[in-house]
Design a protein around this ligand. Structure first.
Ligand SMILES: [Cu+2]
Length: 181
């Protein structure tokens, strides 16, 4: 097989690189180092990082906390009204324990999230804009305490977005957010 390209003549590999090409190569190296450093800083300090704290917890321990939370909460037709600003919620195939829940807008809540069985996805979406969402991963053995404030009153849907088995598609519940008192 022959190439349509003509090979350059002479010992081209032994000639000095053009100065402008050297400058471009130098700039390329410097820029790649800048981006590499930026990537390293960003993964530590960027806003994309999960917030809140996580704790080791057994499923039984979390179920106990959930029971105490439910005892203190008020049960209404719309859902649980928590006693204070702590909200407990756990994924369990194929439902959300602790939901539905009724909260107030403009109040900062601490969501205590966990799972009783497998990994679940906690996707929270306002009903008016279902494509707008936050996504958190819920793991058994961990309690993740996430601060959350709802700016707008309305219905928010909790949808599992981590495939967890046959009933995954029905793993849905709601948070009702009322006007700030
Ligand atoms: Cu699921």
């Amino acid at each position: 097989m022959s190439s349509p390209l003509k090979p350059p003549e002479g010992n081209w590999w032994d000639q000095a690189v053009n100065r402008r090409e050297s400058i471009w190569l130098g700039l390329g190296v410097i820029w790649s180092l800048v981006l590499f450093g930026w990537m390293s800083i960003w993964t530590r300090t960027g806003d994309q990082n999960p917030i809140g704290e996580t704790y080791r917890v057994t499923e039984a321990e979390f179920q106990e906390k959930m029971a105490a939370y439910k005892d203190a909460a008020e049960e209404t037709e719309q859902g649980l009204v928590p006693d204070d600003t702590s909200v407990y919620m756990a994924g369990v195939r194929f439902a959300w324990d602790g939901a539905p829940v009724v909260l107030e807008a403009d109040t900062q809540y601490d969501f205590h999230l966990s799972s009783y069985d497998v990994q679940h996805g906690f996707s929270l979406r306002p009903e008016a804009t279902l494509s707008k969402q936050i996504n958190l991963q819920i793991l058994p053995g961990y309690e993740w305490v996430v601060p959350m404030t709802f700016d707008e009153p309305g219905t928010y849907h909790i949808i599992c977005n981590e495939f967890c088995g046959e009933g995954h598609r029905s793993m849905h519940d709601t948070i009702i957010v009322t006007e700030a008192a």
